[in-house]
Design a protein around this ligand. Structure first.
Ligand code: GTP
Ligand code: SPV
Ligand code: MN
Length: 605
């Protein structure tokens, strides 16, 4: 029955896109090897040094196709009010009409690959099956790393009863004899990354890069899943999941929402600078969270691999990621050394005298452009990660004790602060801001934008309804069973633009404070914005962090916060009437507390 539905859909899409042939992928090693051989034979991929990077390949995208395109990402819900002010809305009929024209014959001269994949552990009740049709072999070999792909996913179809259809074309049909570019794609104005939330359907046209094309990731596991989660009472979030163990051997699980290129992969694989403390990885980008029978929030990682930022990754900053990419890895838009190894800005050591840059051109250190693209990425299996947690594939998921939110904020936001209750925690998530990074194509790079729970580009419905959903989740259980919410900021700077906090492995010092707050043993002081650590509550053993720097990191400056609260209020107004009143109440309460403090100071001194 379900198999029949699948065949009918595949045939229908094949007659629309008119590929020369249709290939069903089984996900086997042999098949993968065949695909990679084909990709290297056509020059699309470069095989790296067989001893230095065994079974690793490099790809280089077209310079117009290097990141997610938020301007070309659409939510085609029936009603505009269901997409809300933060999404590009299109009426579903119009969207379909536009895209049907583009898809018609879009795979001519190419192969259509059918990729069955599972998001989540095979036997988890929360897992979903997706079927992606694509004319990009690059997408196929990446989806094999990122998802549980192939026959095993197909075998679950009768049990799951349904699948999420994901149609993808790079939008570059070939006339007979026409040469195939190394990275075919459609021009920006013809790219469409479209979601039909009510139909649970994804249509993506014109891009072969990352979240635009690996449809299990942002399209399915966040935009469509967030809508399903809203309807069904669970949550799909842009969060890493980690396991933290203290020196006594007790552990907890934390989830953390940071915007793109703001440190999720790094925190998920943190190598502790504090003896006895240990972090292990469950996931680095997406968490699906539901309430268990006891009323606790449990999370699974729907993915099976990492599509991580290469730039800035080094043995010094993230040794576990470096070890994960030593073998069986795909690199995209990195630079290549003369001995066929990879290189990027921020990797260990000095730049070599000569490289091939991400545009496949000669590069020497005097060249003004970077050798690797700022959004260069590695695709590697989670099982390659040396610090993977044993629970990573547990169908039940792991119980979450703390949710961290954060982003790149050069000022205002302290190193860490704790919410007073769930509603205040949701306020923290709702007001998140961050400097825009290269993970999306944007003219706003470096400018702070509001990004609630790091989900701004990924909420498949109205942002006001999304925030209401966060509040509703709490009504289904007891307050004591909910994770506590913390706001962290590794990116605060001094007046010379220097990071005040060492970050990376030293972030364990903040995780330790959170762990001990949950145990009720760490000290905190109350401020208008929540609980902050006292200076001595942050463990500085084995590192030289000056008192003045730590004091600056823990400063809550009333003048800065006046501006912040104004800016949050402005953002809230843009959300409109669907914004829950409870969040405006928190905003007013914080405002009033600042006024109290100012009043008291005036009277007292
Ligand atoms: P996406 O995959 O785009 O969702 O990104 P991500 O949130 O996983 O970000 P990632 O961990 O890949 O980090 C992105 C960039 O932030 C890298 O260049 C890191 O070097 C830098 N970064 C990560 N953690 C820290 C930190 O603690 N301090 C500082 N200063 N930089 C960091
Ligand atoms: C992000 O941008 O948040 C990513 C990379 O994780 S992509 O898969 O392109 O969305
Ligand atoms: Mn991400």
């Amino acid at each position: 029955m379900h198999a029949k539905k699948l065949t009918i859909w595949v045939n229908k899409m094949a007659s629309l896109c008119q590929p020369d042939r249709v290939v069903w992928c089984d996900g086997s090693d042999a098949e993968n090897e065949r695909f990679l051989n084909e990709l290297t034979a056509t020059g699309k991929a470069i095989a790296l040094h067989p001893e230095k990077r065994p079974r690793c390949h490099a790809f280089f995208s077209d310079p117009s196709d290097v990141a997610r395109v938020e301007d070309r990402t659409f939510i085609a819900s029936k009603k505009e009010s269901d997409a809300g002010p933060t999404n590009n809305w299109q009426p579903p009929r119009k969207m379909k009409k536009t895209m049907l024209k583009l898809f018609k014959g879009s795979m001519k001269g190419r192969t259509m690959y059918v990729i069955p994949f599972m998001m989540g552990p095979f036997d988890s009740p929360l897992s979903k099956i997706g079927i992606q049709l694509t004319d990009s072999l690059y997408v196929v070999v990446n989806m094999r790393i990122m998802t549980r792909m192939g026959q095993q996913a197909l075998d679950r179809l009768p049990a799951k009863k349904t699948f999420i259809p994901c149609l993808h074309s790079i939008g570059h049909p070939l006339a007979p004899g026409e040469p195939d570019p190394l990275w075919p794609a459609a021009p920006i104005e013809r790219k469409y990354i479209s979601h039909f939330p009510e139909k649970r359907l994804i249509w993506s046209y014109g891009s072969g890069y990352g979240g635009n094309a690996l449809l299990g990731k942002k399209c399915l596991a966040l935009r469509i899943a967030s809508k399903m989660a809203k309807d069904e009472g669970w949550m799909a979030e842009h969060m890493l999941i980690l396991k933290i163990t203290n020196p006594e051997g007790r552990h907890k699980f934390f989830a953390a929402a940071f915007p793109s290129a703001c440190g999720k992969t790094n925190l998920a694989m943190l190598v502790s600078k504090l003896p006895g403390w240990k972090v292990e990885t469950i996931g680095d980008d997406i968490a699906w969270i539901s309430l268990d029978q006891e009323g606790r929030m449990r999370a699974i990682n729907p993915e099976k691999g990492f599509f991580g930022v290469a730039k800035g990754t080094s043995y010094a900053s993230n040794p576990s990621a470096m070890r994960a990419v030593e073998k069986d890895t795909i690199f995209t838009n990195v630079a290549i050394t003369d001995d066929m190894d990879v290189w990027w800005e921020g990797i260990d050591g000095k730049p070599p005298a000569h490289l091939m840059d991400w545009k496949r051109a000669d590069w020497t250190p005097d060249k003004e452009t970077p050798a690797a693209h700022p959004n260069s990425r590695f695709t590697t299996a989670i099982t390659n990660c040396p610090v993977i947690a044993p629970e990573w594939d547990d169908p039940e998921g792991v119980p979450i004790s703390a949710i961290l939110v954060g982003g790149r904020r050069p000022s205002t936001i302290p190193l860490v602060h704790e919410s007073v209750d769930w509603t205040h925690g949701v306020f923290m998530g709702s007001m998140m801001g961050s400097e825009v990074t290269a993970a999306t194509i944007s003219t706003m790079l470096g400018i702070v934008r509001r990004d609630p729970f790091a989900m701004l580009p990924f909420i498949g419905y109205h942002v006001g309804d999304y925030l209401a959903h966060w509040l509703e989740m709490a009504e289904k259980t007891e307050a004591s069973k909910l994770p506590r919410i913390y706001y962290v900021n590794w990116f605060r700077k001094d007046e010379h633009n220097r990071f005040l906090w060492p970050g990376f492995g030293d972030n364990i010092r903040v995780l330790k404070w959170i762990f001990e707050r949950l145990d009720g043993t760490a000290e905190a002081k109350e401020t208008p914005i929540g609980y902050l650590p006292t200076r001595n509550a942050i463990d500085r053993s084995g590192v030289n962090i000056k008192n003045a720097d730590l004091d600056a990191l823990l400063t809550v400056d009333p003048a800065e916060w006046q501006d912040e609260l104004k800016s949050i209020n402005h953002f809230y107004e843009s959300i409109g009437e669907k914004l829950p009143d409870a969040l405006t109440d928190v905003l007013k309460h914080i405002q009033a507390q600042f006024e109290d403090v100012a009043g008291n100071q005036g009277e007292g001194s």
